[in-house]
Write a protein that binds this ligand. Sequence first.
Ligand code: GLY
Length: 569
Amino acid sequence: MPLFLCLFLLLMGCSHKVKIVAPSTTEPRVAHEASSSRHMVATQGEATSRAALGILERGGNIIDAFVAASFVISVERPQSTGIGGGGFLLYFSKSDHKVYAFDFREVAPIRSFAKMYLNKAGHPQALLSQEGALAVAVPGLVKGLHEIHTRWGRLPWKETIAPAIKLAREGFPLYNHLQVAIEDRKQILRLDDDARSTFFTSRGEVPLLGTIIYQPDLAKTLEIIAEEGSDGFYKGKIANSIVNTIKNRQGIMSFNDLKNYKVKERTPVEGEYRGLKIYSMPPPSSGGIHVIQILKMLEPHNLRAKGPQTTDAIHLTAMAMQRAFLDRALYLGDPDFHPVPQASLLDQHYLDKLSTSLNRTHLIKAQDLKPLSLPYESSETTHFTLADKEGNMVASTQTINGWFGSGVVAKGTGIILNNEMDDFAQKVGVQNLFGAVGGENNLVEPGKRPLSSMSPTIITKDGEPYLALGSPSGTRIISCVAQTIMNKVEFEMPLYEAVAATRIHQQWFPDELKIESPFLSQKVENELMAKGHKIVHANLGCSVQAISRTETGWTGVSDPRGEGLAIGR
Ligand code: GLY
């Protein structure tokens, strides 16, 4: 057993967990499903979906719509993402017949170091990487959007930011998920004057549903970015505020950190699955590799013949997830710092061995699961998916990590700073906010990107875009994206049913099978328990936003568990 597994077993149970809001069952299907022969948009926010569609209808291209959606969702879901965070983009360009991947993930500050979250006795201090200034990694979102827009945008930059400025200034009514998130993080948010004045009543209470949330400081910040491009964020007044706020709260980010931030173009990971080509996000996300691993492990087992939600199908799927998450903990990290054996992890012989290892009637307990040898070789958030009438597609997942990130607002700017440092391993074998175990490759190092699970994915059929999707929710993203693909491709469900169906999640540690409402039948759950699964009913927090090609255009689905909107025209 690797050393860190042993260490991990000693250290289990020290993570702080964020509660996940219960899925909404009351919203009408009409907001969550749409068809169109031209443009299609599926996002987690109504204003965001309308803004992105508006840009496409005004003659903007899909990159203009991507930029507009990114800025508006930053305003509409400040608990999930924002310009104080980062993300990934997968873009299918119809004219090039090529999928591009962009990494605008946050990086660790220059003054960070591997043991920065350990006390003198060497014990992890989970809250230090989750709350306050030390939790903040250098944001990448604004630079990412600006560089991608400079390369491909059609409309003026300013025009793509205008809808976000308007929403921040004019406000929007408080909705359920945002209210739950404010309630959940109220202790940390109340410590910050700017967060308190934006997200609480004048008496310091959590506002009632429907109360208008105004973000005037953020509107001013967005105006500066509209005028000056990404320099408006990484230099000058806004950079001063970010650095000084962090310094005043004992953080370590400097002007050089902001000045040196670099966007990276990456090569998507690829896999073949049931005659389709899957493209997904490579490291520093673990998402793409493990979505493909799960699908490839299950492909030979012909789940279609077993049927969805059956004991055998769930048992096999959970075991495939368990295997993938063990690999995640062992091998994944920022490839610019430690080589990730990506080719080996997706090698067909290795996948065959993993697939064969699923031929078991009983689950292997987490601490007894042994990694298989790799062949020699020469990983709270938001997601949106867009498609246009030309046949381009975009899948982008963006985040500030936990709800309201670090809870620190850069003074006077309305920018909520991320707590992405928690996606690093505080120590080998220790769990993070999402219960994920980190290995050697994911320890903090200056300038390194923390390992992600974000899995924006585009699937093509005969070279043409067929399905694009993604989801928020930390490590659960991998399971939710893989199952939605299986539901659509393996079980041939219509897209709405593929997104709405019961989901499960198994991440090796903790040693449990999470099952989300609508729950499986009692009979199936009893059979799974008899096979060694410890069942926990839980909300996984995913909100899949998916678009698939139809004979006449596109179908879009915004997960019925959330407040999003699928809309086309
Ligand atoms: N912050 C969650 C992720 O990147 O997976």
